[in-house]
Design a protein around this ligand. Structure first.
Ligand code: BGP
Length: 463
């Protein structure tokens, strides 16, 4: 069979400002929490490589756009760095940032690549974090001003906007499992942070629509289908449902339906940790839902009824309600420890079609991080990443199946365009269609998967 995708399907990749641009001295960027955390605790970062050492897109974007063309992109997502545009998070604007994003956006468009722009990719400006970050309602106002400024500056050309990338991740990383700054363990704080992210998203959507800019605004969520160990065991099913409420529906429901999931609200009420809110907020969230949903998919979540004793050390945790289930025989990416389960992408798209009004959506990230890819470099200098081609093909077949059944999936973006710096893992795992050589001015070479992807995009499908 030839897997033929719909006309005008979006083929491309995703990246983020903080992971690719590079700081560059004298450009006026303010610190964000990653700059700060690295200064405080470099040992937390793989090989002690921090956010200053990136693929240097700030300098090299023009030739990078040519590489995107050579790898079949008709669209590409990155993010504006809040702390580049507003070095203090609010207040004075940095004109050099405006200039940079202007030329970057124009270069993409001039080369036939539609820019998709995300506003927040884990990069809280330090000056705002110093006042509590997302825990503080003032951050919501600062964000809404930042978002509106971006729409006014770039919205004449950028027609696809996203309020957040994976808003659950700063909640989990910063306030539950300690892989983002401020690395607390406090469910009440986590809930407040998540609530403010959702409120900020609704406010940005309101501002965007009010400007009548003839584009769409959405949110990008990492959805992890939550599978019970035994689908015939009610306790397992219940556990999986609770995990789904905490990690998927917590953001998906307010973003698409304008309402928080009742079962999650009941749990938080029971624990007396509902967030602080203003009475008018809920109507605002109800009235300002997304036009478009970006779905990042890497792995499912396998869950069983709680069997291990509840750990009370840090107060309540989502983990009090379920145990993760280590399914025997599952396929795992050994470098990241994430299960590889291509069918999950079909289950998500089907869920969106059946339970979320078949909202327009697209796969906004999917990919495979591999350590030590240099060993696959052939004598001609190309990295032969057949495992990545197989991974993408497996997932695309399930996207195709969902499309056949009526899914409104509009595109597929890989994580990522070129190997990039990734939070505390830095350069350990490489995800790109294009390799970079960190020791030689980040020299770029297209991987085998990059050429393969170009062929798929050109043919709008594959055999
Ligand atoms: C997603 C993020 C990306 C990127 C990717 C790969 O969660 O949106 O920023 O990091 O995952 O993850 P990692 O680099 O941690 O393996």
């Amino acid at each position: 069979t030839f897997y033929n995708f719909p006309q005008n399907f979006w083929w491309g990749s995703a990246a983020s400002g903080p992971q690719t641009e590079g700081r560059t001295d004298g450009d006026g960027k303010g610190d964000n929490i990653w700059d700060y955390w690295y200064q405080q605790a470099p040992e937390k970062f793989f090989n002690q490589v921090g956010p200053g050492r990136t693929s240097d897109v700030y300098q090299q974007f023009k030739s990078d756009v040519q590489l995107m063309k050579q790898t079949g992109h008709n669209s590409f997502r990155t993010s504006i760095q809040w702390s580049r545009l507003f070095p203090q998070g609010t207040g004075a604007i940095n004109q050099q940032a405006v200039d940079f994003y202007n030329v970057y956006i124009d270069e993409l468009i001039a080369n036939g690549i539609e820019p998709f722009m995300n506003l927040y990719h884990f990069d809280m400006p330090l000056a705002l974090q110093a006042k509590g970050g997302w825990r503080n309602r003032e951050t919501v106002d600062a964000y809404s001003h930042y978002a509106e400024t971006c729409f006014k500056l770039f919205g004449d050309r950028v027609k696809k906007w996203f309020t957040h990338n994976e808003p659950i991740v700063p909640v989990e990383g910063g306030y539950l499992y300690q892989f983002h700054y401020p690395a607390e363990v406090n469910l009440a704080h986590a809930v407040q942070v998540g609530y403010h992210e959702t409120l900020a998203s609704a406010l940005a959507i309101q501002k965007y629509h009010a400007l009548n800019l003839d584009g769409q605004i959405g949110i990008i969520l990492n959805l992890t289908p939550s599978y019970p160990r035994d689908a015939t065991n009610p306790a397992d099913v219940k556990a999986a449902r609770i995990a789904d409420a905490f990690f998927n529906r917590s953001f998906l429901d307010p973003a698409v339906k304008g309402e928080f999931p009742a079962d999650l609200v009941a749990i938080l009420k029971d624990l007396a940790i509902l967030p602080t809110y203003q009475p008018t907020d809920l109507a605002l969230i109800k009235a300002n839902t997304v036009d478009l949903l970006g779905i990042n998919y890497y792995q499912p979540r396998r869950v069983k009824a709680k069997e291990t004793p509840i750990d009370h050390t840090n107060g309540p945790m989502p983990d009090d309600f379920f145990d993760n289930y280590d399914m025997p025989g599952k396929k795992v990416n050994p470098y990241r420890g994430w299960e590889i389960y291509a069918r999950g992408i079909y289950d998500i798209l089907t869920n969106v079609r059946e339970n979320y009004g078949n909202l327009p959506c697209f796969i906004s990230e999917n990919g495979m991080g591999v350590e030590g890819e240099e060993r696959y470099r052939n004598p001609a200098g190309q990295i032969e990443d057949d495992y990545r081609i197989e991974f993408v093909q497996d997932h695309l077949k399930y996207v195709y199946q969902a499309l056949q059944e009526g899914s409104n999936c509009l595109g597929y973006h890989m994580w990522t365009c070129m190997d990039n710096w990734s939070w505390t893992n830095a350069y350990k795992n490489r995800y790109g269609l294009i390799a970079i050589d960190l020791d030689h001015d980040c020299q770029r070479t297209i991987k085998k998967s990059g050429y393969w992807f170009k062929q798929v995009a050109d043919q709008n499908g594959f055999e």
